[in-house]
Design a protein. Structure first.
Lengths: 357, 564, 194
């Protein structure tokens, strides 16, 4: 995985760690150790973010949309609710219903939560925080992100509950339908950038597009190709299963969908997985369309986090303001709308790039 | 005043057939129409005529009345037991003119209470007769599915019959068919899946149980199973005295803050029975407070419908609750309670507008002033939202003919283009003196029903506005809040009446028969939700689960009223 | 842990035993208790901490029965905002809920279902009986079909009296549900004391 980056200014995080800690001396073992340490750091940063987002930020944001206050009794701004929620959820009884399909039922939450974390391995987060930059970076990200649907269908099927089954089936139908437009739209970016490598995609966006009133506007793909950006954001909403595309969970219809039967730790993993997925979606959007960690004044990593949270805020806004579409309408929007539009976008991009180049 | 028979007679000039009727003529004409079917004619306080027919002639009589005399609304079926007989009363009305009423009385043998079912004539009779079978014990031949409806299948005896012993223990089990964890519902012959939605499910608005058969995501069959909140409201009312003890219970039928509308239903029936005249001032207060309740109720209906369609406790729900809070605040100022008002009394209301009156009026007006902005907010967020329209337009279709056959009333009927509103058609209170409109929508779908509710809120605001003006200008020495009603009310024996008001969900009717004591001998509640809920299977079958949920939400049922 | 308050617990005890095994309920902190002995300093603090956790953060079951559920919705919503106390996340699935508020009259047909829902919730779980109907059947007590209080079916921790207008007292009481465990260090005590 430790391919040499094309951009001379990019050093991958494991290399930095190896150099700083002097692990280089231990050869391959040292490299592995450095990679593990790097992965540990990145994983924890992301989990910490979801930890803040899940029990606290989500409530506060929703409350702001609905004229409420939300958690404010424990700690400053109610921040200690993160501790309380986490400990309380983890200390609950883990109920294993009768006749669940045991290995699948246990593995599902791990797959859901883990698959999203894997994706962060190839995301360049600025300030040299970048675990790996393989040739197939973008393909890898999409591959890991869509692993989650396997987890969801495992959960739905193994739970021995009809609501879960419906939820699992919905999840897989939805993910298949929206994965394709997502990838195809991603490809249009690849055509511009000329590489699947995440580092390179970010590097390309650093170039200045135009200078308006002395302010250089970078060639972020959201600015270069706003059409693709909108398509991608919409498809991403469906991919992470948020309103208006939250049919797999659909409380009020199928109770809690695939996670109906899960309690305690497993439920936490699902809950966490959902948020990690939203953040991974945000990270992909930031990398592909918003110039990754690029931004003025503040350090790159801060910009990266800001962009991820902007996407998170957007999903929460959609959740508060938009009704949920019906499953058949969802399929229709996916197959007849987004898919067609994304291919049109791809062809157009190809033509334009071909003409310019 | 509500029980004015002259108005009843005068109002049907444009009704289905010619005759320039007075009460007697109409009844005679009907008697002529029915000919030999009528065994005896009777007097009910409400109806133009009460015909007694043989248990085997029920369908023929009802078909004649429906097809040739235009009685297309089977409002209610009351079953009761006398010392010497059982009796089912079919209260028939016309959608065009609800003041025209006929009661078809079917006495049956005490030993073998058995009569013909009205289900082929009026689909709504299905549940009504099941309820009669369940609670009183009359059996209906030719009924498609005569099972218990409110009580568990294992129940022994019929609780509203005379020989029922309440102290005998009953065994209630968790039944197999309703066991959500039963190992496998798969039928090897079919591709359908049986799914229990409820009684505890976030979309059932309480404790409703839908036995649903799914074909993939589509609903192949849905059978509402009710009775999870059957708390014996009729028995409670039959135990209470007219004057004081009954009034608290109506608050709990439709508990979505529609309490005053329900209280009015009882007040209207009892005042009709005991011939009590309500002072105008009290009528205005009643009208105003009832419309406040309607706003509160419709707000919750819109909020929970949004909850069903959005899926979470999101903005719309919270905004709806916010408006409700304001309405409830005004009601609390007036009645001293947020929900269980117990504010009406027979012959008026319990107390006047609280002092200082100006402050109350100011509060109420503040609420009304904010309301247009709030409804606009709902229109912005909800009804003009494209995804919302995608979800709601043309889903949950309820054609007007089906709605009539199921006895649907209220916003559900008006959303199907049926122009019916008892406040206008059978005026009571102060409604006929005020300027307001009946809202109808021709969409017949979920969207139309939501629109009706939102626009009715605006109409209610208009009514309250006018009532506030009236109350403010009312001369101080003429503020009579209660008529002079005897402390113990004992209506004449064997007086019967069936009176309905337009509650938040539709026609809420009360049948009372007195036996000369201070408690009713039979107290029957005709709940609008009970009839409206029956339309669910018509609306939802063949649709998606999501539409089933939305259709259920758009019906705006309250289980307290469905099950009573 | 007196048993005289819960005369009808025979059935529920069987269920509980089936699920938790026989004997003393020692699932909370048990490993630590074994390791540190009977009354060590660290465990007191740990218990206190756990009670703080359970008191400050609860998932409510989205469970409406009758009249009181309307007022219950109002506590979640804008004016009272139960979420301030960390209890504003209604979960539709009982598997993920900590607190079940029983907001209304329980009738014969519903009682077994409610028991089922209660059984589906994971420990530690708390029950708030809201309104007179859940205390005794309330105004409907004489009804032929009405269960005379939720206590006949499931153990109730907190009773909130009144019919209808009770909600102003609720948020604080809800918190105290879990706090009642404070003195004993075991929230299950609260459940059993009823």
């Amino acid at each position: 995985m430790a391919a040499t980056p094309l951009q001379e200014d990019v050093t991958l995080l494991p290399e930095t760690i190896a150099r700083t800690l002097g692990l280089d001396a231990y050869g391959f073992a040292g490299q592995i150790l450095a990679a593990l340490i790097g992965a540990f750091i990145v994983g924890n940063v992301m989990l910490a973010m979801t930890g803040v987002a899940g029990p606290w930020a989500k409530r506060k944001i929703t409350a702001a949309f609905t004229d409420r206050i939300a958690v404010n009794r424990v700690g400053p701004f109610g921040l200690l609710i993160i501790v309380a929620d986490a400990v309380r959820l983890l200390s609950k009884e883990l109920i294993v219903p009768e006749n669940v399909d045991r290995p699948a039922w246990d593995l599902a939450p791990l797959v859901v939560a883990g698959s999203a974390l894997l994706g962060f391995a190839v995301i360049p987060m600025g300030n040299g925080i970048h675990l790996a930059d393989p040739e197939v970076g973008l393909a890898y990200v999409f591959a890991t992100a869509s692993l989650a649907s396997v987890g969801l269908v495992m959960a739905g099927y193994a739970s021995n509950n009809k609501y879960s089954l419906l939820g699992g089936l919905r999840a897989v139908a939805q993910n298949v339908a929206y994965e394709i437009p997502l990838v195809v739209t991603g490809v249009s970016v690849v055509i511009f950038a000329g590489s699947l490598r995440m580092g390179e995609i970010v590097a390309v966006q650093r170039e200045t597009l135009v200078v308006l009133a002395g302010v250089p506007i970078p060639s972020w793909f959201a600015i270069v190709n706003p059409f693709a950006f909108v398509l991608f954001v919409v498809a991403n909403l469906a991919e992470v299963g948020r309103n208006p595309f939250d049919t797999p969970e659909a409380p009020t219809e199928i109770v809690a969908g695939y996670q109906t039967e899960y309690s305690s730790v497993y439920f936490v993993l699902f809950y966490l997985g959902e948020f990690v997925h939203i953040f991974l979606g945000g990270a992909i959007i930031a990398t592909l369309f918003l110039g990754g960690p690029a931004g003025p004044v503040l350090p790159g990593f801060v910009w990266f986090v800001i962009k991820i949270w902007a996407v998170f805020l957007f999903t929460q806004w959609a959740r508060s303001a938009m009704p949920r579409v019906r499953i058949d309408q969802l399929m229709e929007i996916g197959w007849k709308g987004l898919l067609v539009l994304s291919f049109a976008n791809l062809v157009l991009t190809a033509i334009i790039v071909g003409v310019i180049a | 005043m509500s029980a004015d028979p002259d108005r009843t007679a005068g109002a049907d000039a444009g009704a289905t057939e010619t005759l320039p009727v007075t009460e007697g003529v109409e009844a005679d004409r009907l008697a002529e129409l029915l000919g030999d079917l009528v065994r005896r004619r009777d007097e009910h306080l409400n109806a133009d005529a009460a015909f007694e027919v043989h248990p085997d002639d029920v369908q023929e009589t009802l078909f004649t009345l429906r097809d040739e005399a235009g009685f297309d609304h089977c409002s209610c079926v009351t079953a009761q037991e006398y010392d010497d007989r059982f009796e089912s009363i079919y209260h028939l009305k016309k959608y065009d003119d609800p003041t025209q009423e006929v009661s078809v009385v079917v006495p049956t043998d005490k030993a073998d209470p058995r009569s013909e079912s009205a289900e082929p004539v009026y689909r709504t009779a299905d549940w009504h007769e099941r309820e009669a079978y369940d609670l009183v014990g009359i059996e209906y031949d030719d009924h498609p599915d005569l099972r218990r409806i409110l009580l568990p299948e294992t129940w022994q005896g019929h609780p509203l019959s005379k020989d029922y012993d309440q102290d005998r223990p009953q065994v209630v089990t968790l039944q197999e068919h309703a066991n959500p964890l039963e190992e496998d519902h798969k039928d090897s012959e079919s591709d359908t899946m049986f799914l229990n939605i409820g009684p505890h499910h976030p979309a059932t608005h309480g404790v409703l149980h839908l036995k649903t058969t799914l074909d993939g995501e589509q609903v192949a069959d849905v059978d509402p199973d009710i009775g999870y909140l059957h708390r014996c409201e009729e028995q409670m009312c039959q135990q209470g005295t007219y004057r004081h003890q009954i009034m608290p219970y109506p608050d709990r039928w439709d508990y979505i803050s529609a309490g005053l509308l329900n209280e009015w239903a009882y007040a209207r029936a009892a005042e009709d029975l005991a011939d009590i005249e309500v002072p105008d001032y009290a009528q205005v207060i009643r009208t105003m407070s009832a419309e406040l309740c309607r706003i509160a109720s419709h707000m919750l209906a819109v909020g929970t419908f949004a909850l069903d369609v959005y899926g979470d406790f999101t903005a719309i729900f919270m905004y709806a609750i916010r408006e409700r809070e304001k309405a409830q605040k005004v009601l609390e100022d007036l009645t001293g309670q947020r929900m269980m008002f117990n504010y009406f009394r027979l012959g008026g209301v319990v107390w006047d507008i609280p002092e200082p009156r100006d402050e109350f009026f100011e509060r109420a007006r503040d609420f009304l002033d904010g309301l247009p902005q709030a409804t606009q907010e709902f229109h912005d967020l909800l009804t003009t939202n494209e995804i919302f329209q995608l979800r709601c337009v043309d889903t949950g279709i309820l054609p007007p003919e089906t709605a009539k056959s199921y006895g649907a009333t209220g916003p559900v009927a008006r959303g199907s283009g049926i122009d019916v509103d008892l406040r206008r058609d059978d005026p009571y209170g102060y409604y006929d003196e005020l300027d307001w409109d009946v809202i109808t929508q021709d969409g017949c779908d979920n969207y139309a029903r939501v629109l009706v509710r939102l626009r009715e809120v605006e109409e209610s605001a208009k009514i309250i506005e006018q009532c506030l003006d009236l109350l403010e200008d009312w001369p101080e020495d003429d503020r009579e809040i209660q008529a002079n009603v005897p402390r113990t009310l004992k209506p004449d024996p064997d007086t019967e009446t069936y009176r309905a008001v337009e509650a938040a969900k539709g026609e809420l009717g009360i049948y009372i028969r007195s036996d000369g004591t201070d408690t009713p001998a039979r107290f029957k509640i005709r709940s609008p939700c009970f009839s409206n809920l029956q339309t669910l299977s018509e609306m939802a079958e063949g649709e998606y689960i999501a539409d089933l949920v939305a259709a259920l939400g758009s019906l705006d049922i309250v289980l307290g009223e469905v099950d009573r | 842990m007196s048993s005289k308050d819960t005369p009808t617990t025979d059935a529920s005890t069987t269920t509980r035993d089936a699920r938790m095994g026989e004997g003393l309920d020692d699932r909370f902190n048990s490993k630590l208790r074994e390791a540190f002995g009977s009354s060590p300093f660290i465990l007191t603090k740990f218990d206190k901490f756990m009670n703080w956790v359970r008191g400050s953060s609860m998932f409510m079951l989205q469970f409406g029965i009758a009249c009181c559920s309307i007022e219950m919705m109002h506590t979640y919503a804008v004016k009272h905002d139960l979420d301030r106390f960390g209890a504003g996340v209604p979960r539709a699935s009982p598997r993920q809920a900590d607190v079940i508020i029983v907001p209304g009259t329980i009738v014969s047909k519903f009682a077994p279902r409610m028991k089922r829902v209660y059984d589906q919730m994971p420990e530690p779980k708390f029950v708030i009986g809201m309104g007179s109907c859940t205390i005794s059947g309330g105004p409907f007590q004489e009804g032929y079909n009405v269960v005379k209080g939720a206590e006949e079916v499931i153990p109730v921790d907190i009773h909130v009296p009144g019919t209808g207008a009770v909600l102003r007292t609720r948020p604080g009481r809800g918190r105290r549900t879990a706090r009642r465990g404070d003195r004993r260090g075991d929230p299950r005590d609260a459940v059993q004391l009823g």
